[in-house]
Design a protein around this ligand. Sequence first.
Ligand SMILES: *Cc1c(COP(=O)(O)O)cnc(C)c1O
Length: 490
Amino acid sequence: MRYVSTRGQSAPVSGAEAIIQGLCPDGGLYIPEEMPRLPKDFVRTLAPLDYPDRAAAVLRLFLPEFRDLESLCREAYSRFHGQYAPLCQYESSLVLELWHGPTCAFKDMALQMLPVLMTAACELTGETREICILTATSGDTGKAALEGFRDRPGTRVIVFYPQEGVSDIQKLQMTTQEGDNTAVCGVVGNFDDAQSGVKQVFSHPENAGLPDGMILSSANSINLGRLLPQVAYYVSAYVDFAALPEHKDGQPLNICVPTGNFGNILAALYAREMGVPIGRLLCASNRNHVLTDLIQTGVYDRNRALYPTDSPSMDILISSNWERALYLFSGGDASYVRSCMEHLSREGRYTLRDDCEKAMQSVLDGYWCDDDRTKRAIGEIYERTGQVIDPHTAVGMAALLDREGFDQAQTPYMTVATAHPGKFPEAVLAGLVAALSNGEPKDLVSALDKYIKVPAQLKSLFEKPVRFTEIIEKEDISGAVARFVNPSRM
Ligand SMILES: *Cc1c(COP(=O)(O)O)cnc(C)c1O
């Protein structure tokens, strides 16, 4: 199995090389040269397996040269305490809970796996240099990457988060991070500022003073090693769906995904391409609804303000992984993808070709809502089901409520729950108790603890020492990397 660039101007590489590199040399993203197909009887063969073995079976189709994927998956998911990606029923509504990992966000599903895959990839390719993971985060990626790579031999991890636009709990999760190979730094500005600063380091690594024997890589969701573990949970979810008593053989499942960088929903699209009977995909956004507009009008337009919202992990104007979907919808036309991306970087917008727009609309629906609707959805779901959901999941649930109605009988939708509500106490409590809208984060977590059991790793944040307090301008990101990788010069 070989991986090629969405922009068509990089040499094909193995899966192991794609995982180590992150981004293609031509600026594109790695995609399988040919999409693997699941065997026809995958539901029957995967049903008896537990989650790590199911994940290994899916990963094997993409990474056939990796040895013993079962034990790699077992190692990666050892911090999940036996609950991995359960398909739940909140009354009549299907919900895929993806927040059972160590940082309470769906990012753990991939970021506990990526370091394991990266070590295995280094062994396969004979790479012996130290890998320095650089990541810009809109909130949850940073913490999940830090936990995934913490104290992992042969790696370091540096996370840059935007000063404006991560929740208090997300910030505290990062600034109290343990581990000898970790560093965290705030950046003045929003996520796009942090991300563009980190991209600068990748295009001019000479400014970051990397010592010999160290290479840069990324844990952002463009890395193939993050995408593939996400495909696995959609395959597993369908297997669980097929085991429900009301399931009819081959019945399609529609999926609703709260979306930011288009990574999670792209994995659902890949599962569909591989032969999982998935019907339509509902892409749910917050007030930063570039993708809703794209799906409805065929125009990608990032020329607009970025608003901070109650679902900060979706506050994004450039959804990097959309490029992989564009490649699929254009029938694999790399030169077309390249021209769209050139338009995007020059003018901030592009208009889809007719055939691409049709292909996109044959699969995707778009929806967006504001913070007010998000909070009302939290209250509404609690009233209907007794379940407390986080604001990202609530955007997805609002899409379902407003578009399909809660009790959709014919075409079941599965909504993806992307974070534990304990990470966003303010919005969750405001939704639950409309009157309660401000207060100290610590008090709000205690208040929330009366409704749900807040995981110990979130409650203990208030007792942990803060280790990282540095805030820098985005132009200084190279310098910050240099200080971290050369501690003797500090
Ligand atoms: C990252 C994140 C999202 C958005 O996922 P994408 O893959 O970027 O589309 C949604 N919800 C939560 C809680 C997240 O952490």
